[in-house]
Design a protein around this ligand. Structure first.
Ligand SMILES: [Zn+2]
Length: 326
């Protein structure tokens, strides 16, 4: 309720009511309407985000956004590099390491498994930069997956390498008697004349002629399974199990070098001394190599301590069909 205002009329000497003029009321109303429209229009401009009404906060946000896009571009470039390095590593893994250790190569599908079909990045949709962010996320996820696959493959290679190292140490790969101790390489693996019956028969080992007491060395890592003279013909002999199906046998020994059954032996360990016990014509070492219980030619294993020339010489001598010493 508006207050009723009065004024003092000096002519009539009395108070009188002030009557409001209708025209003035109307103009006040129009003015306030215009004000409202104007402020409404300004708010509309702000809402439409027009450049000429950009607030300082909006300017800051815009700068931040373009900086973020720049950072994403840089991140993508870094991922290019990481992807190239990893792909190079995967190539080497498949074509070199896994081939060398006889492991199957890992296929491209296995390396990137689980990244086809399903859209894992739905949550990232619906924004101006959705594609940028989803792409970067996807690339990083694939990279992570590939790193896991690659790392597992290298673990496998490492254990295969360790196994191969053990195998290489186990194989009977050196000559059991030093070259300088040999008087001659008497006889190799193959058909030879029997020194006692003079009949032609198979000689399943190699004979190294050396003076009695010449050191005999284990040709590979393994465990002693026999050291006795109860096998017919071999006399005092040692048998070593190298694992992986390989065994070696050293016969006609003069004596053992503190050897007992079950003893662990390293390649090159001194195990006994050359003699002529058992079915033997003269002091020599009769040496045999077994693979899966079959006797095989020991000459194929001397890559451990012979030069190519020495090997060729040994091969030539061992192939001469002479009389064995048994
Ligand atoms: Zn022999």
């Amino acid at each position: 309720m508006s207050k009723v205002k009065y004024y003092y009329d000096s002519e009539t000497l009395s108070y009188r009511k002030i009557e409001k003029k209708k025209g003035r009321k109307l103009s006040i109303f129009l003015l306030s309407l215009l004000g409202m429209l104007l402020s409404g229009f300004l708010l509309l401009l702000v809402y439409l985000n027009l450049p000429y009404v950009e607030t300082p906060k909006e300017k800051t946000l815009k700068r931040e956004l373009s900086n973020m896009q720049l950072q994403y571009d840089l991140l993508n470039r870094k991922m290019d590099v990481a992807e190239n390095v990893l792909s190079d590593l995967a190539d080497r893994d498949n074509n070199l390491y896994r081939v060398y250790f006889e492991a199957n190569p890992i296929s491209e599908e296995q390396r990137k498994a689980g990244f086809g079909g399903v859209n894992r990045y739905k949550d990232l949709e619906g924004f101006d930069n959705s594609k940028l962010i989803a792409t970067a996320n996807r690339r990083l996820d694939i990279l992570t997956k590939q790193i896991v696959v690659q790392s597992r493959s290298l673990d496998e290679i490492a254990s295969l390498a360790e196994e191969k190292e053990k195998l290489l140490a186990a194989i009977p790969a050196i000559q059991p008697v030093n070259n300088e101790d040999l008087t001659r390489m008497a006889s190799g693996y193959g058909y030879r004349t029997d020194p006692f019956t003079k009949a032609r028969k198979m000689h399943f080992g190699m004979d190294f002629t050396a003076p009695r007491g010449t050191p005999v060395y284990a040709s590979g890592d393994g465990v002693v399974t026999r050291a006795d003279n109860s096998a017919s013909g071999y006399g005092n002999h040692i048998r070593i199990d190298h694992g992986y199906g390989y065994e070696s046998l050293y016969a006609h020994l003069y004596k053992y070098n503190n050897i007992r059954i079950g003893q662990k032996i390293k390649r090159g360990d001194l195990i006994g001394f050359v003699g002529s016990t058992g079915r033997s014509e003269a002091p020599h070492l009769h040496y045999e190599v077994f693979k899966d219980n079959e006797r095989i030619n020991p000459i194929n294993f001397y890559y451990g301590n012979l030069s190519p020339e020495e090997f060729a010489d040994l091969l030539k001598k061992s192939q001469q069909e002479n009389q064995s010493l048994d």
